[in-house]
Design a protein around this ligand. Structure first.
Ligand code: G
Ligand code: G
Ligand code: MN
Length: 534
């Protein structure tokens, strides 16, 4: 049986997918989470570095403000104070005064003058501003270590300057990110790059590490922090380490659930097929009374499943299982087969109604019309009136196509009824969409009848609706004389329920039809003493 084999293979695939789903989702989520974590660290590191650079700038500008007290004083007089200030304050490489483009005094070189360009190893930027700062790759005194130059120009061409050693910034960068392999860099006014960390960040193909840049709002400082891919992987590994055991448990659970579901599903599907072949199904028929004929007007076919061990399986269970697992069509075809066999022995008046329940899937099925026509053909000589009961349990899709099929069958003398009317979600739409002859009012509404003189508004409304639409009404699940009388008084023609007759197997039905079928149902007063009370 190749078809069955495919079914099982598909099942395995489904179980594997169920197992993989939590893992794949977990790997994806942790990757996103790790990226996010690393990015947050990157931002906070960049901000820390920026704050430190701003603090150093504050220091430098404070120093330059201090230096203004030496304005107009010759270098020889102030050299000592300059040296002391430059040495005792942290961060500074040197400080001094300017005269035009020349250094007029310096804490590092005293009277030995040079130009600003010579000290910075590059020409000063042309900013046009009185205050400026720039990072440089070295100064005259320390040529191979970066520094930051701060200059305050006064209107009389003199000025003050301070140089902060880049080593402080580089040490700070190493302290905050060196151990994690962060690569950081910092620039003042787009000058030389002061950088830390390994410069040989070989780009990893599978995971690019992106640089994050931050700018100071107070000074022309830009910092950039790059996290190596290894950090990302580490964060990912950590997240996975926490998440993976959970995902594994979920994965196993989901696999067990899927396997269980599949087993149940496969077993219902196969069981119903086997039961059909083993003829475990039979049909019971529940007689329907007519208030105009004053006799039995028909019967509804109800499927029954008895296992070989004698257990009955409840119809609502196996019918929903068959509907859920694509077996309702073969099952209904089997029902028609069994009914056709049973009906051969019946002795009924022409026009006797035979009702059968149809599932939405069957109505939508391509074989539906042929199935019913074949059945009609087989019981043709009994001249029965076949009643197709559409249940509202499952929604009928493509109503227009189904309506066409029903019109076609109705043209051949069949009737269409809505079963369990009022319990479904589409009762009223069905009234518009389908050609109808009857409504079968669900027994829930019949149960609500409390007495002949007590109103039952919803039930009354449904009955009125039927009269307006010129549909025949059938009351389902009528169990008491009160219910029977109540419905009769309100013009409900057809009655079905234990009060009149229970569902009977084929043999009992035939016996019942010949004994009781023609008798009117009399509601005698002594049957129902409460009639007088209410
Ligand atoms: O009497 P009973 O317990 O048989 O019915 C339970 C439910 O099963 C009812 O809602 C009835 O409509 C449904 N049912 C019984 N027989 C059939 C059948 O042959 N086909 C379909 N589709 N439903 C049925
Ligand atoms: O197709 P429908 O859902 O109408 O199926 C009728 C169902 O109602 C069947 O399960 C049948 O056995 C059940 N039934 C028929 N008459 C009565 C009744 O008087 N009382 C109750 N409780 N159930 C009934
Ligand atoms: Mn029914």
């Amino acid at each position: 049986m190749p078809l069955k084999k495919r079914h099982h293979d598909f099942g395995w695939l489904l179980i594997v997918c169920a197992g993989l789903l939590p893992l794949v989702l977990g790997i994806l989520c942790t990757a996103i989470e790790a990226r996010h974590t690393v990015h947050q660290q990157q931002i906070s590191t960049a901000n820390t570095l920026l704050t430190q650079a701003e603090k150093m700038s504050d220091n430098a500008w404070d120093m330059i403000t201090e230096l203004r007290q030496y304005h107009y004083q010759p270098c020889a007089q102030i050299e000592d104070q300059l040296q002391r200030a430059g040495t005792l304050n942290p961060y500074f490489r040197s400080i001094g005064m300017l005269k035009g483009g020349d250094i007029s005094c310096s804490s590092a070189f005293g009277l030995k003058h040079g130009t600003l360009t010579e000290m910075m190893l590059q020409p000063p930027p042309t900013t046009g501003k009185a205050w400026w700062s720039i990072s440089v790759r070295g100064t005259y005194g320390v040529q191979n270590r970066p520094a930051v130059v701060f200059v305050r120009q006064l209107p009389d061409t003199s000025g003050f300057w301070a140089v902060i050693d880049g080593q402080y910034l580089m040490d700070f960068m190493n302290a905050i990110g060196g151990s994690r392999g962060y690569q950081m860099s910092l620039q003042f006014s787009g000058g030389a790059v002061i950088a830390s960390g390994q410069n040989d960040m070989r780009p990893k193909l599978y995971m690019k590490s992106e640089a994050f840049q931050a700018d100071s709002s107070r000074y022309p400082i830009t910092v950039s922090v790059t996290v190596p891919a290894s950090e990302l992987l580490k964060a990912w590994r950590q997240a996975l380490f926490i998440f993976l055991p959970m995902a594994a448990i979920f994965s196993i659970l989901l696999m067990i659930l899927t396997a269980n579901w599949l087993r149940r599903r496969i077993s219902w599907h196969d069981e119903i097929g086997r039961a059909i072949r083993a003829r475990q199904f039979s049909v019971h028929y529940q007689p329907v009374y007519s208030n105009t004929l004053h006799a039995c007007a028909g019967a509804e076919a109800l499927l029954r499943w008895q296992r070989p061990n004698g257990d009955m399986i409840r119809p609502d269970i196996f019918i929903s299982a068959a509907e859920a697992e694509g077996m309702i069509v073969p099952l209904t075809q089997h029902l028609l087969e069994l009914m056709a066999e049973d009906i051969q022995d019946w002795q009924v008046e022409p026009g006797f109604h035979i009702g059968l329940n149809l599932a939405a899937e069957h109505l939508q099925h391509a074989d539906f019309v042929t199935d019913i026509e074949l059945f009609a053909e087989r019981i043709k000589d009994k001249q029965m009136c076949i009643t197709l009961e559409l249940t509202e349990r499952s929604l009928i899709e493509d109503g227009e196509m189904v309506a066409r099929k029903l019109r076609h069958l109705r043209a051949q003398g069949m009737k269409v009824a809505i079963d369990d009317f009022g319990t479904g979600h589409c009762s009223l739409t069905y009234l518009l969409t389908f050609p109808l002859d009857y409504l079968k009012i669900d027994r829930g509404f019949i149960n609500a009848i409390e007495g002949l003189d007590v109103e039952t508004p919803v039930l009354d409304a449904i009955i009125n609706l039927c009269h307006k639409l010129e549909l025949d009404v059938l009351g389902e699940g009528v169990e008491t004389a009160t219910q029977f009388e109540y419905l009769r008084q309100r013009g409900v023609i057809f009655i079905q329920g234990y009060y009149y007759a229970r569902p009977l197997d084929n043999d009992r039905l035939r016996a019942w039809l010949s004994e009781q079928g023609h008798k009117p149902l009399l509601v005698e007063e002594h049957h129902e003493p409460e009639l007088h009370h209410s």
